[in-house]
Design a protein around this ligand. Structure first.
Ligand code: ADP
Ligand code: MG
Length: 743
């Protein structure tokens, strides 16, 4: 029962209906736009804009600076903000054409004649005194042909004495509707800004010094100062980032609250014992810390969701094996899934080596496991006889069932295909959560664990990646995962001597270095960007080396007399295995390959790598490639061959200077351009419309800590100051619907 202000007196119905309406009235944002013409309607539909609110949220992609008339040069395209002084229609001689409209327009710096084609009605629409934004081209005689035009409104009026032109919003357009037309439409709904709901609590706005939502939108659509659009964008970006972090953190909290996992609480169960006695080396500090964190996760009874990042060779497998052995030690099962057969085989070999004398039943299951053997393995998995399994996505086939899977390790999750990943996330990661919050039961056989199907427990999950992700991106992408990082390399690792090679002379020296390694009994990789030479010699591919041709050339030329093998992704699995076996056994001394060697090859005796056309690879990728050498006791070298222009670029120099993958990932990120980031956006790097990474990294950090503080005080977002925020979270991310862990 509503009561009168500052009293306990109940308000009568008439009194209530007489109450003056207050802003905002968000329902008015739901009103459908009225658009002139079908073409424009179709265009706006293509842009996803159908209501007033949509239009206000259709943000400018940038702002063009309106030019002053005095600075226009003949033949130039420009946007100007002007006032109409006089306007007339003139008949055109050619038949079928509508009269021209000519206007004399002015700003603070001068006047000019503007011509509008084919729109005689403008004479009535733009009477003298009207302020306009015109986009078009100047002609040789000082006239201006108008391509798009819009009412300029007050904000667009030239500031007398300002000298410079002002910012004019420029919108993503579509067939049937131009940026300038969109601006006109936005001007038409400007009053609706008062109906925009402010979701950010005042305390945060004040603390972060951010404008209100409506002001931010106004600053973007109708900038008065050059810095307005960016100021507005940052405010909206902050909100977007805050909402995403709230979603991540609530998802994590929800997972912990709603789903259970095996309590692996005895620290000196198998895993702990094995660490004490079974290891042939001492753990690095980072490994010890990661294991400590994992031990904490495993004993909590809520499913672990941890991301373990560490450079190649940093010793992730040891850490993962600890978690797996803790499961086994508590009478449960553990699985490790790798994206390729080679990697799965290697993990299996590493694990068997590391297990030493421990009596643990372990098997390998991949696509090439023979049917009979596979049947046997599946039987033992479902009976619980088999404790530890390593494999590829063969592990998530519908007929694979575990008796009691408690720990699942997923290596290089981002290398799995989209469909496999979905299965994986649905099965390994959060089956019970999916079940708890969706009406439909999970597809039969989709889950790895019978217990999980019943919705009671899910496996602890450890995601491993050798691609170091700077903290910013980790937050944006894996904000609901806990992270552990192995920065420190095991003791005794020698840094890899990295050199840039340009020009024929240096190339000749590089081959001499390779030959010296081979003569000393070591082995070498030669990496090429392409498998085969491009036949019709597309210019962009000129001078790019191909593995097949290099193999032939080197056999006859610089590396004559040595055993060379070829390895590339197009080869049949059996051929690949044979080539790798030949190299691993030392029978072949040189492996000429594409980037397929980036993952999965571990030959400690290989001490040299020569990368052709290094400029064509990403920084992180080169770092991964380089990690194929320096894995043994001998000092290793990496020779980056690049065209001289590219060699001077900072990217390759960074690789020479830094050995730390995290440092390189940060440099890589900082050097990436907008376009490249757009590409990574598609691959799930972040799903932001307004925020930009890495530029908004600091904003993201602040959004994260705000989100943490908000949820610490009000986990359900139900206190009055957070209700609107909670609604915004729900609107933006579909409420409780569990989205798969982005990878
Ligand atoms: P990653 O998976 O991170 O590339 P691995 O776990 O495969 O690294 O470890 C690489 C090699 O280093 C393995 O042979 C492993 O046994 C060894 N190793 C791991 N940790 C240490 C350590 N602390 N000291 C010495 N060697 C280690
Ligand atoms: Mg490994």
């Amino acid at each position: 029962m509503p009561r009168a202000f500052a009293s306990s007196r109940a308000l009568a119905a008439e009194e209530l209906s007489d109450t003056p309406l207050r802003w905002p009235r968000p329902s008015r944002l739901e009103v459908e736009l009225e658009l002139p013409g079908k073409r424009m309607a179709a265009g706006m539909q293509a842009l996803g804009v159908s209501t007033v609110g949509d239009l206000l949220e259709h943000l400018p992609s940038d702002s063009r600076e309106a030019r002053t008339l005095a600075t226009l040069r003949a033949g130039e395209q420009a946007t100007v903000a002007v006032e109409v002084r006089s306007i007339v229609a003139r008949p055109v001689r050619r038949r079928g054409m509508r009269p021209l409209v000519e206007a004399r327009v002015a700003d603070a710096t001068g006047t000019m004649r503007a011509t509008f084609f084919n729109q005689p009605w403008l004479v009535d629409r733009y009477p003298p005194g009207t302020r306009l934004l015109l986009h078009g081209k100047t002609d040789a005689r000082g006239g201006f042909s108008v391509a798009h035009h819009a009412l300029g409104g007050e904000a667009a009026a030239p500031q007398p004495g300002a000298g410079e032109g002002q910012a004019v919003a420029h919108y993503p357009a579509a067939d049937g509707v131009t940026s300038t037309q969109i601006l006109t439409l936005v001007q038409g709904v400007r009053d609706a800004l008062e109906d925009v709901v402010e979701a950010l609590p005042a305390s945060i706005r004040v603390g972060e010094r951010l404008p209100g939502r409506a002001s931010a939108l106004a600053a973007m659509h109708f900038p008065r100062h050059p810095e307005d659009p960016e100021g507005g964008r940052r405010r909206l970006a902050f909100e977007e980032l805050l909402l995403s972090q709230l979603v991540f953190l609530r998802r994590r909290a929800g997972r912990r609250a709603r789903t259970g996992a095996a309590v692996l609480g005895e620290r000196d169960a198998l895993g702990g014992r094995w660490l004490e006695h079974g290891l042939p080396f001492e753990l690095t500090g980072d490994q010890r810390r990661a294991i400590e964190q994992i031990a904490g996760d495993l004993e909590r009874g809520a499913p672990m969701q941890r991301l373990l990042m560490g450079d190649v060779g940093s010793g992730k497998t040891v850490v993962a094996l600890y978690a797996m052995l803790q499961a086994v030690g508590h009478g449960c099962q553990a699985a490790l899934m790798a994206p390729t057969e080679t990697l799965a085989e290697q993990h299996f070999a590493t694990i068997q080596g590391l297990l030493g004398g421990e009596l643990v039943t372990a098997e390998l299951l991949t696509g090439s496991t023979p049917a009979a053997r596979r049947r046997g393995i599946l039987g033992k998995l479902s009976s619980g006889e088999l404790s530890l399994i390593v494999g590829t996505h063969a592990l998530i086939e519908p007929d694979v069932a575990f008796d009691a899977l408690a720990v699942a390790v997923i290596d290089e999750q981002h290398r799995f295909g989209v469909r496999q990943r979905a299965a994986l996330e649905g099965s390994l990661a959060e089956p019970a959560l999916a079940e708890a919050s969706s009406a439909e039961p999970p597809a039969a056989g989709r889950t790895l664990d019978r217990a999980a199907r019943s919705g009671r427990t899910v496996p602890h999950t450890l995601h491993m990646t050798a691609t170091p992700i700077p903290r910013t991106l980790a937050l944006a992408r894996y904000g609901d995962l806990d992270t552990s990082t192995l920065r420190e390399l095991p003791r005794g690792r020698q840094p890899i001597d990295t050199q840039l090679v340009c020009g024929d002379e240096e190339r000749a020296q590089a081959y001499a270095q390779l030959r010296a390694e081979l003569a000393a009994g070591r082995q070498a990789y030669v990496v090429c960007p392409l498998v085969e030479e491009v036949e019709d010699g597309e210019s962009s591919e000129l001078g790019v080396r191909a593995a097949k041709a290099e193999l032939v050339r080197l056999r006859e030329g610089e590396l004559a007399g040595h055993e060379l093998e070829l390895l590339h992704g197009g080869m049949k699995a059996r051929e690949k295995q044979r080539a790798m076996a030949a190299f691993a056994s030392g029978q072949a001394q040189v492996l000429v390959a594409t980037t397929v060697i980036e993952v999965g090859i571990d030959v400690p005796n290989a001490t040299a790598m020569l990368v052709e056309n290094a400029e064509r690879f990403g920084l992180s990728q080169l770092h991964q490639l380089r990690g194929r050498v320096g894995r043994g006791e001998h000092r290793s070298r990496c020779l980056l061959v690049a065209s001289s222009g590219e060699a001077g670029s900072g990217r390759l120099a960074a690789l020479v200077r830094h050995a730390d993958g995290f440092r390189l990932a940060e440099i890589d990120l900082a050097m990436r351009k907008e376009g490249e980031l757009a590409g990574t956006r598609q691959s799930g790097l972040g799903y932001f419309h307004i925020a930009r990474l890495p530029e908004d990294a600091q904003l993201l950090e602040r959004a994260r800590s705000c989100a943490e503080a908000i949820l610490a005080a009000d986990p359900e977002l139900c206190s009055p100051e957070h209700v609107l925020l909670g609604l915004a979270v729900e609107r933006l991310h579909g409420g409780q619907a569990p989205t798969p862990i982005p990878a």
